[in-house]
Design a protein around this ligand. Sequence first.
Ligand code: PGA
Length: 249
Amino acid sequence: MRRKLAAGNWKMNGTATSLSEIRILADAYSAPSCEILICPPATLLARMAEAVGTAPIRLGGQDCHPNASGAHTGDISAGMLKDAGASHVIVGHSERRADHAEDDALVCAKAGAAYGSALVAVICVGETETERDAGDTLKVIGTQLAGSVPDGATADNTVIAYEPVWAIGTGKVPTVAQIAEVHNDLRNSLIQRFGGETANAIRLLYGGSVKASNADDIFAVAHVDGALVGGASLKAADFAPITAALDAS
Ligand code: PGA
């Protein structure tokens, strides 16, 4: 049985005043059946860990460097994220792939660095609108999955997030049939590579314009084990109903 996961990605948003949102969430959750993860900017991780206290909210980074330490100005290692209170790290988000020209090999190395620091890697894949229109969605995602997921992936150290680039921050959401097709394909690719036992335990998230009003439909899709939520994770009032929908699914 895969435990559902509601993950919030704050991206480059949030300062000390935003900690009030996490306090609201921490007060709201007593024993959610789903796992809850918030990935704030790295500058807030340690303070957020303090604000969360013993509440059932996990924290994650949004990226990490493949190396453990060294002369990499501006970068953050997986070990540093762990030290600041993270248990997870997002790698290969399409905004990193686009803004920083990250390819699958680099994403794979980052996921490996996450494993090395005992962080769960949330590995993102997703097609652009042009790729979808060309009928290349499954091919593109298959290539990203094969190249971005390390050989050592297990259900304990890896979550896969399917995030169509054209659905991120746009309000456009794929049809449930489109989500189902990709998630089914992801599951089958994982089974081929890692075998049924491991592959069937790895959680597959959907991400891209998830909000309270579409959460029920998305969470009803087979092989959708939760969501990676951007904009609607910034305010507790928007995120809490999504986690409630996941709990109820
Ligand atoms: P969005 O972002 O929910 O704002 O579309 C999702 C993501 O990029 O993780």
